[in-house]
Design a protein around this ligand. Structure first.
Ligand SMILES: [Zn+2]
Length: 245
């Protein structure tokens, strides 16, 4: 039972007086939906901060009004259109070099501006590239557009061009069942990261509310229940991670 391994990893930390930070990033929001309501119902009562990566092109006041006054929710910029411009068999990518970089950067600036107007202080100047992919040549230009940090998937690279606040655990099995990964696997992966001496400043949990099946929701509920009640575990907001970086 790897859920027990996770609990053991937290207990070991508590014995040493240490803590681990978790942060939650959910992608692809455009409009309020029943799935988004489920996500907010799971996180808000437990006080779990949520960073919602919103796709700028099609979104409008409906989502902004739905999220207003939810002070545990922050919004990040999820590309511009979430369209892929790569040529198969290359992996899907919006923020690559398939188009002139001036066009890509102009869209990102437009996305940051649009969400700043809609969300004000609720917007984090964080770019979340669709499919977690962005060409390094574009990353160099992000600070000039007003972005203060970047979030992709996987271990943070040393000396990044822009502060990195990554996600490390993806609840979805994109290549296999296309549903939620088994809880045992996910708790096992979390325990491995916690037990690793080089663990990140905050372990990022990546979710996609629009495509969750029962298993994905079940894991998220189990994780929140396990982590929220444990003295060695803290849910932190991306804003806190940036502030402490
Ligand atoms: Zn996405």
């Amino acid at each position: 039972m790897t859920r027990a391994l996770f609990r053991q990893a937290l207990d070991d930390l508590a014995t040493k007086g240490a803590t681990v930070n978790l942060w939650l990033r959910d992608d692809d929001a455009v409009i309020p939906t029943p799935a988004l309501a489920t996500l907010l119902d799971l996180t808000e009562p437990q006080g779990v901060p949520l960073t919602l990566a919103v796709i700028p092109e099609e979104t409008d006041h409906a989502l902004a009004e739905h999220l207003a006054r939810r002070d545990r929710v922050s919004v990040a910029v999820h590309g511009w259109s979430h369209r892929s411009y790569s040529q198969p068999p290359a992996k899907k990518q919006e923020l690559g070099l398939d188009r002139p970089s001036e066009i890509v950067l102009a869209e990102l600036a437009q996305g940051l501006h649009k969400l700043s107007v809609l969300y004000g202080e609720q917007l984090l100047p964080m770019l979340v590239p669709p499919w977690n992919r962005i060409a390094p040549q574009l990353v160099e230009q992000l600070a000039g557009l007003g972005f203060e940090c970047l979030s992709v998937f996987g271990r943070e690279k040393p000396a990044p061009l822009l502060p990195l606040i990554n996600t490390h655990i993806d609840v979805m099995d994109w290549r296999g069942t296309r549903g939620g990964r088994p809880s045992d696997e996910l708790f096992g992966d979390l325990a491995a990261i916690i037990n690793d001496g080089q663990r990140p400043a905050a372990i990022g949990i990546l979710t996609h509310h629009l495509v969750h099946d029962a298993q994905a929701w079940a894991f998220l509920g189990e994780l929140i229940a396990e982590a929220s009640g444990h003295p060695a575990c803290r849910w932190v907001s991306a804003r806190d991670v940036i502030a402490n970086a």
